[in-house]
Design a protein around this ligand. Sequence first.
Ligand code: ADP
Length: 191
Amino acid sequence: MINVLIFGPPGSGKGTQSVKLAEKFNLTHLSTGDMLRAEIAAGTKLGKKMSSIMSKGELVPDEVVIAMIAAKIDSTKDARGFLYDGFPRTVAQTRALERMLNERRMKIDSMLVLEVDHDELVKRLAGRAELSDRPDDKDTEVIENRIEVYKEKTEPIINYCRKRGIYQPVDGMGTVEDIFVRLSYHIKKLK
Ligand code: ADP
């Protein structure tokens, strides 16, 4: 089984690309953002607790998302592998994922990092704000905080993965299809 991380700042296109890649390569798409939003939509106790954190653009506690991912990995049978979108978001989450995979005789095979110019990110997020029903996409201050949180807490994972030889930058500019072709090229190599 292969384990691939799709990485990049808010607005870099991880979600869009992950859905397409999961289908093409028969991978299970694991998006902690989607899982958390499902908890909120279902009105669970956890969802209620997490929604105020998410609406500020802050990260939910590591142990919450780590438990969600572990449960999904163990309940998925017969997958060709997993595509992680929006997880890990801290170095602690990365270490926990490595440990989890290790215990199951797997590893992180590749970290594909979408690189997008700052101006383009702001443009895409503003466009998404118009269409989105996500409260964290509506407020400019919250969007800016999410970019800050990314720089401070999430970006350090790049160095961590670079040292492990799994870091792969990918040009995230251009059409959805162009970017899909570039990402596909790297996943194909892992087979
Ligand atoms: P985007 O990719 O647009 O930044 P996501 O849908 O991945 O957003 O996540 C939305 C929000 O959910 C985040 O801002 C954060 O509050 C929470 N969240 C999602 N994944 C994680 C995670 N791995 N660790 C902590 N918080 C998370």
